[in-house]
Design a protein around this ligand. Structure first.
Ligand SMILES: [Fe+2]
Length: 200
């Protein structure tokens, strides 16, 4: 059995201010993100126990939990990594990613409009996810409900936006759209470009 671990934030808890306040980052990382790590590891342990006993009577719930918590961990890992302090966030002005964004969406502003709209329109808790679809060599914007629903298997996530209330409620209350719009100011495009190069 191989457990997941909670990665440390790549910056200080206050580094994303004023877009995301220190308290939100602290709770989000130390409590919510951590809970998915614990949830995944606990579920995995139960599956190993079931395996040892050859008792798969609870496998439906366990498999669901594994997907929910596992996807929760992965998306949060991606999320923290694809954010950065405002002073370090530089939109791409050239390069392969920008070219692909132009081909796929017609430009960076059009991508931001589509992904922002997708993020704002997620039903309940979930994510907006920019992915590289290797099957057709194209960029796509997806939504994820909770963490695991509405995915396309095998695509590579490049940029994720968390729109669970825990990601913004302390500072923005119910104004998810204001949070999403502000988030564009703290995107780590360098990481997005790196993920794109690897996915290609
Ligand atoms: Fe979250």
């Amino acid at each position: 059995m191989k457990e997941y671990a909670l990665p440390k934030l790549p910056y200080g808890y206050e580094a994303l201010e004023p877009v995301i306040d220190k308290d939100t980052v602290t709770l989000h990382h130390d409590k919510h993100h951590a809970a998915y790590v614990t949830g995944f590891n606990t579920t995995l342990k139960k599956i190993v126990e079931a395996r040892e006993k050859s008792d798969y009577s609870a496998i439906k719930a366990l498999a669901k939990d594994l997907s929910f918590h596992g996807s929760g961990v992965v998306l949060h890992n991606l999320y923290w990594e694809n954010l950065c302090p405002k002073s370090e966030s530089k939109e791409p002005v050239s390069g392969n990613l920008l070219e692909q964004i132009k081909t796929g969406f017609g430009g960076l502003d059009k991508l931001k409009a589509e992904m922002g709209a997708a993020a704002k329109a997620v039903e309940g808790s979930g994510w907006a996810v920019l992915v590289w679809d290797k099957y057709a060599d194209q960029l796509l914007v997806l939504q994820a409900e909770n963490h695991q629903k509405l995915a396309i298997w095998g695509v590579a996530p490049l940029l994720v936006i968390d729109v669970w209330e825990h990601a913004y409620y302390l500072k923005y209350q119910n104004n998810r759209a204001v949070y999403v719009d502000a988030l564009w100011g703290i995107i780590n495009w360098k990481i997005v470009e790196e993920r794109f190069s690897k996915a290609k």
